[in-house]
Design a protein around this ligand. Structure first.
Ligand code: PMP
Length: 437
């Protein structure tokens, strides 16, 4: 059971869900999609909880798509934002201001090796756009390599890096190729990192001009369904890519800031240091904020022309971002993710023994995936059942994410303040929902 709360209706400015839905359909374009058959109208958030207009409380196990790292409306982040907003909301980085340098210094202190130069942007997409530009300028080449099953953004450039079919609009890819996904569960080579790496080498040697600008990968694929790349893969591939003249980019938009529990950054779980790291989502706890961190050597190519965007490094986002880093440190969120995550994955694995529909349980820390299948041997995606269970979980007051190649993976990536009791509530709800199928 969850802690008690008031259940008071809280319609925002008296607007009810139906009216919000009608207006959204009318004014927000046809491409928006809704997660639930009857879309949720969320009006308030408090740490790991969300509240709809009727006052129903939900345990948020998806954190606004892995974004709310500290917790909804965490008081320290809210205070930092309010304080800075009252002092100075905006100037752009053509002037000096203290918040941006404080934040950049704090972020650089979290990076290994020579990754010390920070560029601020407003989203993960923009971060990956900039990273791709840097890789191309630095290497003097155009060819980018990404993984099948990857999601790196939806802009005209980054949609080339994205491979997931559900997100892929048919526009020219622009010198971007996708290599096999080193997916231990569904990949043809299982966990055999060397075989996947050989395919990358083959692609460079025989399937392309051989001139590589860069390689980009999420160590833990998020939208792709909580897939942790085969162990050892990045080390092998980074060597291959660097020998071919390319730079290595780690997309940490979902996996950074200690969420994996074992390490602060996802790439550290593979024992590599990238040349460029991109981040967004959890860095701002919900503020529109992204960053690219690279080496002084690579950054030097950006001085050929002006590199600038109006809102990147905005004082309010910088103050909020700095507060996020401090909260995560002060509240020891990385070790907390390790602790709660190992409890949660243990309970999910026990549940897997009870229910055949659970084909795979994977991930680390609070970056977990549960893949549903109708046949464990054939790994047939349980698409219809996933939809039913997803709705049922919502009715039971639990919000999870959905993803994967076939849309049959529950993604459990809550705010990092999630407790073991919360984890138990999710597992019990899932158990109850599956038992009722
Ligand atoms: N990279 C990854 C790994 C992501 O998950 C996302 C967003 N889902 C992006 C990049 C794009 O980030 P944004 O939506 O902030 O543009």
């Amino acid at each position: 059971s969850l802690p008690p709360f008031d259940h008071q209706p809280r319609p925002y400015k008296g607007m009810l869900a139906d009216e919000v839905l009608q207006k959204r359909k009318k004014f927000l374009g046809p491409s928006l999609f809704y997660y639930y058959q009857k879309p949720l109208n969320i009006v308030e958030g408090k740490m790991q909880y969300l509240y709809d207009e009727a006052g129903k409380r939900y345990l948020d196990a998806f954190a606004g798509i892995v974004t709310v790292s500290c917790g909804h409306c965490h008081p320290d982040v809210v205070n930092a934002v309010v304080e800075q907003t009252n002092l100075l909301q905006h100037t752009t980085t053509i002037y000096l201001h203290h918040a941006i340098v404080e934040f950049a210094e704090a972020l650089a202190s979290k990076m290994p090796g020579n990754l010390k130069v920070v560029y601020f942007v407003n989203s993960g997409t923009e971060a990956n756009e900039l990273a791709m530009l840097m890789a191309r300028l630095y290497s003097g080449n155009l060819g980018m390599i990404a993984l099948r099953n990857a999601y790196h953004g939806g802009s005209a450039g980054t949609i080339g890096l994205t491979a997931l079919h559900t997100w892929k609009y048919p526009i020219p890819q622009g010198e971007i190729n996708h290599v096999m996904n080193p997916d231990p569960y569904r990949g043809v080579f299982g966990s055999d990192a060397a075989s996947y790496a050989r395919e990358v080498q083959d692609h460079i040697s025989y399937g392309s001009s051989g001139n590589v600008a860069g390689f980009i990968a999420e160590t833990f694929q998020g939208v792709g369904g909580a897939v942790e790349l085969a162990p050892g893969y990045l080390k092998l591939v980074y060597d291959i890519v660097r020998k071919a003249g390319g730079v290595c980019i780690a997309d940490e938009v979902q996996s950074g800031f200690g969420r994996t529990g074992s390490h602060y950054w996802g790439f550290e779980t593979q024992g590599v240091i990238p040349d460029i790291v991109t981040m967004a989502k959890g860095i701002g706890n919900g503020l529109p904020l992204g960053a690219v961190v690279t080496t002084p050597e690579i950054a030097s190519v950006m001085s050929q022309k002006i590199q600038f965007n109006t809102f990147g490094g905005n004082p309010v986002c910088s103050a909020g971002g700095l507060a996020v880093l401090n909260v995560l440190d002060m509240e020891k969120r990385q070790s907390h993710c390790a602790d709660v995550g190992s409890h949660l994955i243990g309970r999910l694995r026990t549940l897997q023994q009870k229910h055949d529909i659970i084909g795979d349980v994977r991930g680390r820390g609070l970056m977990l995936g549960v893949e549903l299948v109708t046949d464990r041997k054939e790994k047939t995606p349980a698409k219809a059942e996933t939809t039913v269970l997803f709705e049922k979980l919502k009715d039971l007051g639990v919000l999870v994410g959905k993803g994967g190649l076939h849309g049959n993976v529950f993604r459990i990536k809550p705010p990092m303040c999630f407790t073991k009791d919360d984890a138990d509530f999710v597992v019990d709800a899932l158990d109850y929902a599956i038992s009722g199928l």
